[in-house]
Ligand binder design. Structure first.
Ligand code: BG6
Ligand code: MG
Length: 215
């Protein structure tokens, strides 16, 4: 299959922000004496902020009012914004810029498909913004991954069918979102976690644009 566009998740694919989300949620959990584990954090990858809070409160068996939840969502994001305030290009994951350069040179269109409402801040801080033809982020969708909305909007916005797009994802929910949208998906991370992806690679080191023809 020859693809026309590459759709990239942000957190965990282009930059390693999972650690900052984890820290920010752990700090929030102190409000209700809950200690989030790394295994639980894995299940929050790709999941929207509000859905993440709902899951954490569920795990903690804590029932909060809507007002309380609003305040905690703000607090978590304030924690997160503080943690990412010094992000810079050194936090781009290995091999990413080289791969983006190759696909751009070959004429592929490039879109972001992220659940994060902070995506543009991170793209600016890391200098990744100029690579993107289209940004679809958490401000532009109403349904959380594994719903395919974020990737379908990406494909549509670039003017391609789902079959002409290939998605890069590090989260189970994101892999399912791509599959639900009828797209091929490359998992970034461990095959044991991302078993539904069409192919799993540990990172972008040594990946060539010509490899896309094999996926
Ligand atoms: C995803 C992350 O990309 O964005 C999740 O994997 C995060 O961990 C979600 O909760 C929403 O991000 P934000 O920046 O809008 O809170
Ligand atoms: Mg991700």
């Amino acid at each position: 299959m020859s693809y026309k566009a590459c759709l990239f998740d942000l957190d965990g694919v282009l930059v390693d922000t999972a650690i900052y989300h984890f820290q920010a949620w752990k700090m929030l959990g102190e409000n209700f004496n809950y200690q989030l584990t790394e295994e639980q954090n894995e299940q929050l990858k790709g999941v929207s902020r509000v859905e993440s809070l709902n899951r954490i409160l569920d795990w903690a068996s804590y029932s909060a009012t809507d007002e309380q939840k609003e305040a905690w969502l703000k607090e978590k994001n304030d924690n997160y914004l503080h943690l990412i305030s010094n992000m810079n290009p050194s936090e781009i994951l290995p091999g990413v810029v080289d791969f983006l350069g190759q696909i751009k040179a070959e004429g592929y269109k490039i879109a972001l498909g992220s659940a994060s409402k902070n995506a543009e801040i991170i793209l600016e801080k890391t200098g990744l913004m100029p690579w993107f033809d289209l940004i679809i982020d958490g401000n532009k969708v109403s349904k959380s991954k594994p719903d395919p909305e974020v990737f379908l909007k990406g494909a549509e916005g670039l003017g391609f069918s789902p079959a002409e797009c290939i998605v890069f994802e590090d989260a189970q929910a994101g892999v399912e979102a791509a599959i639900n949208g009828g797209m091929k998906v490359i998992g970034i991370g461990e095959a044991s976690v991302l078993s539904d992806a069409n192919k799993v690679i540990p990172n972008f080191i040594g990946i060539k644009s010509a490899d896309l023809l094999l996926f």
